[in-house]
Design a protein around this ligand. Structure first.
Ligand SMILES: NC(=O)c1ccc[n+]([C@@H]2O[C@H](COP(=O)([O-])OP(=O)(O)OC[C@H]3O[C@@H](n4cnc5c(N)ncnc54)[C@H](OP(=O)(O)O)[C@@H]3O)[C@@H](O)[C@H]2O)c1
Length: 211
């Protein structure tokens, strides 16, 4: 059975995705800095790998077939962590995936990563990091899905999404829970070809929006 490596499994989306995948009976390798952050999980299908993304983490890829990169430096850290996590760790994950013959790499990127110069000035360093990490993945020659959610919220999931960017930028949001549900769908239903898609709250089922 295939095993999916979730990089950033202790994060807000990462934990929800880990839960969704285990509830679905899937095997998960969860990369976290601190295994205590996953103490609520008790499942034979879960292996926890403690690793720091600023160090070597290639061992985490062993026996995995898919990867979801959902780590991030977060909004309360500085430019150093943006470079080390959002850019460099994401690039290294793509390199490790190539070395380890990973069949499908799912990158959680961000709205605006396609055109960093058009984003708000304070977001541009982050958007450049996301842009370059996405480009690096594309150039590795792996099968990939790049997911670019709008602004993340902690609202309840509606399971109604869209891949079409709303005309009003205040509506360019999506719940973390719906992103986690969409990621489960993508893990289980990899598109036939490489895909880059934005994700927002919307009015289609996840399957309809992503088919
Ligand atoms: N905020 C937004 O509106 C927005 C919009 C679009 C896309 N995104 C992207 O969505 C993704 C997930 O968002 P989220 O809210 O779920 O993020 P989050 O809760 O901040 O989770 C980030 C994860 O990265 C891990 N991490 C950070 N540094 C690490 C390190 N050195 N070694 C190992 N793990 C490390 C964290 O581990 P710890 O638990 O140990 O800290 C955590 O598991 C990110 O890639 C973010 O850039 C965000």
């Amino acid at each position: 059975m295939s095993r999916t490596l979730i990089i950033g499994a202790s994060g807000q989306i990462g934990k929800k995705l880990t839960r969704n995948m285990l509830n679905d009976g899937q095997k998960v390798a969860a990369l976290v800095r601190d295994k205590n952050k996953l103490s609520e999980f008790d499942d034979a299908n879960l292996s926890i790998i403690e690793a720091d993304l600023t160090k070597d983490f290639e061992h985490a890829f062993e026996d995995c077939t898919q990867v979801v990169f959902v780590a991030g430096s977060g909004g309360n850290t500085g430019a150093d962590k943006t470079i080390l996590i959002d850019l460099w760790a994401a690039c290294r994950a793509a390199d490790y995936a190539k070395n380890n013959d990973i069949k499908h790499f799912i990158m959680v990127s961000s709205i605006g990563a396609d055109a960093p110069s058009s984003g708000p000035e304070e977001m541009q360093p982050y958007l450049v990091a996301k842009h370059m990490a996405d480009e690096h993945l594309v150039q590795r020659g792996l099968k990939y899905t790049i997911v670019r959610p709008g602004t993340l919220t902690d609202d309840e999931p509606s399971e109604q999404i869209t891949t079409e960017r709303p005309s009003n930028k205040d509506d360019a949001k999506i719940t973390r829970a719906d992103v986690a549900k969409a990621l489960l769908y993508i893990v289980k239903n990899p598109a036939d070809s490489n895909l880059v898609t934005e994700l927002f709250n919307g009015n289609k089922s996840i399957a309809q929006a992503l088919k």
